[in-house]
Every structure is written in structure tokens, then in C-alpha cells.
Design a protein around this ligand. Structure first.
Ligand code: DD3
Length: 303
């Protein structure tokens, strides 16, 4: 199995201290290069926003340091450059292949990778079948994982019990190079549970296994304790096979907002109090205007 990422780099490399006189104004800002900068401390970072704020030190000619705040931010894609991006010869290293889905490590040429230097390794998601897949096809990748026909070498943990077991794998959106955007999914072995709506107290042993064993497995493999994880289900889900998301607490993963995320610990407690909880209650969820389900609500005069 592949090795996990290295633990997060120690942030404070130097002891605190005044890095020298703060230089005023623009003249001093002229003519300096990135290699004049030494990182003192990461002030703030966001895996989601692809931005980092650094307390840096600018080394002058005489070797004395000047404090600096440096912001590194990855730039958005420029739509008009995307055709060029795809045309240029580029290293594409296959990372994962499952059903019609592949992920690659891409190394785009510098003029197309934009903005910041350094780690310009990005990935492309390819969905060969297009967005209008036949419904029957949509869960093939899930069954491939459960049956070890794909991604078998990526499995972090499995409880093989057919009714209370599950498989834990890195989500395809996570390249496992850094823990900041850690993202794994637990896919349950049972195939008849379509979503949160179907859950009753009967599923408590399964859900408790996912929560307990999932946390333990992630701590063991990646060194991230359960207290640093956000563990939740989506409603609506993007595929109708029960799955649970495990993401880094500091990472605002897409779909982790209150509108869509239901914490697994809350789901377990709610079901323990009332087996029919998720059959009874109203569930609010966001929809994009171009989704077919939105149209149905519109036709019914509900929005
Ligand atoms: C998907 C939801 C589905 C595009 C994208 C993602 N984790 C997956 C195939 C293999 C996987 C996932 C559909 C599809 Cl970006 C269209 O997700 C997957 N393998 N979420 C893993 N490990």
C-alpha cells in the first residue's frame, strides 16, 4: 500500500524575535526576488482557498533581515486559456482508474500554470461518459471499490461484514500529498441504503462501526485524531449508495456547510432517540438552478 503523506511541516522554525527595522515605503520594495525571502512562520493558510500568509524575512545585502508579510495565492483558471492547456504536451501520470473515471497528476507548462511557483502539480478529473450518465452506470465505481475491482491498493480500512461493514478509501479529490485537505469516504457494504432518509435504528451498529473504526484507521494511517476530523453525510447525496465523508476539520470541503452536511455523531444520536427520525423530519437542502430536481420543485410550485 502507498505510504501516507508526511506530517505537517513544523511551522515555527525560528524562535520569535524582531527581524530588524521595518523599512518604510516603496523605494525599498523595488528590486527584490523571491529568493531573498526566508520563511519565519506560516500565519494563516487555507487548503480550500489555496492561499498561504507568511511571516517572512527579507535578507538584505549585508545579511540583516527585514520583516515581511508574504501572501501566496494560486490563481483561478482563465477560461480562454483552457483549450491551450489541454493542447500543450504535458506530463500526465495516471493516479487512479475506476470504471469511466481517471485521475492524473498533471505538470502544466509554467506559462499556463499561473501565479505561484513551487508545487504546480494539479490533477484533472475526467469523466469520459459525460454528465448525462445513465442512472444504472452511476454507482459502478462504488461497487468496483467494494468488490476490489478498482482502487484495491488504496483501501485504508475495511470491515468486511456484509450488513455492518464498510470500506474506507481516500476520496478521488484528495491526492494524499498533504493533510490540509484530507478527504476519505466510507462506502458501506449494504447496497439498499440510498441516503440519510433510509436510515433507522436498525442501522445503528453499521453507523457506529463507521464512526469508531473510521476514526481509528485515519489516526493510525495519517496521524490525524478523530477530534480533528469532520465526519458527515450529505443530503442530498451525489450518489445513492450510503457513504460517509471524513474531512480535515480545518478544511472547508465543498458540501461541508450546514445546508448539506449532517454530522454522523448527530445522525447516530437522533436515530437512537427516534428510529423514524429521518423519515419524519423536514430536510432542507440547496440545489443548483440547473439540476433536474430543482426543475421538479419549480413545476410543483414549491420554489
Ligand atoms: C465522481 C462522485 C464520483 C466526477 C467526480 C467524482 N472517490 C468518484 C469514481 C471513483 C470517486 C470518489 C463523479 C468516482 Cl470528480 C464524477 O466520485 C471515485 N473514487 N469520490 C474515489 N475514491
Amino acid at each position: 500500500m502507498a505510504e501516507g503523506p508526511q506530517p505537517k511541516r513544523k511551522r515555527e522554525e525560528d524562535e520569535e524575535g524582531n527581524g530588524g527595522d521595518a523599512t518604510q515605503g516603496g523605494a525599498a520594495a523595488a528590486a527584490f526576488t523571491l529568493s531573498d525571502l526566508r520563511v519565519r512562520r506560516v500565519l494563516r493558510e487555507s487548503a480550500r482557498d489555496k492561499i498561504v500568509f507568511l511571516h517572512a524575512e527579507r535578507i538584505g545585502l549585508s545579511g540583516e533581515g527585514t520583516d515581511a508579510v508574504v501572501i501566496l495565492e494560486k490563481t483561478p483558471f482563465q477560461e480562454e486559456k483552457i483549450p491551450d492547456l489541454l493542447k500543450k504536451p504535458m506530463n500526465a501520470e495516471l493516479q487512479m482508474h475506476n470504471d469511466i473515471y481517471c485521475t492524473f497528476y498533471l505538470s502544466p507548462p509554467p506559462e499556463l500554470s499561473g501565479g505561484v511557483q513551487g508545487d504546480n502539480q494539479s490533477r484533472a478529473y475526467r469523466q469520459a461518459g459525460g454528465w448525462n450518465l445513465k442512472y444504472g452506470r452511476r454507482r459502478v465505481w462504488v461497487y468496483n471499490i467494494l468488490e476490489k475491482k478498482a482502487e484495491a491498493d488504496r483501501i485504508v480500512h475495511e470491515n468486511p461484514d456484509p450488513s455492518n461493514g464498510f470500506v474506507l478509501v481516500p476520496d478521488l479529490k484528495w491526492n494524499q500529498n498533504q493533510l490540509d485537505d484530507l478527504y476519505l469516504i466510507a462506502l458501506v457494504h449494504r447496497r439498499q441504503i440510498k441516503s440519510l432518509r433510509d436510515l433507522t435504528a436498525e442501522h445503528l451498529p453499521l453507523l457506529r462501526n463507521v464512526l469508531q473504526e473510521g476514526k481509528e484507521a485515519i489516526e493510525k494511517r495519517f496521524g490525524v485524531p478523530g477530534s480533528q476530523l469532520r465526519i458527515y453525510l450529505h443530503y442530498q447525496p451525489s450518489y445513492h449508495h450510503l457513504h460517509v465523508h471524513f474531512t480535515a476539520l480545518g478544511y472547508d470541503a465543498p458540501g461541508s456547510s450546514v445546508e448539506r452536511a449532517h454530522l454522523l455523531a448527530d445522525v447516530i444520536d437522533n436515530l437512537a432517540m427516534d428510529s423514524m427520525y429521518y423519515q419524519k423530519r423536514a430536510l432542507t437542502f440547496p440545489l443548483r438552478a440547473d439540476e433536474p430536481l430543482f426543475k421538479k420543485f419549480q413545476e410543483a410550485g414549491k420554489v
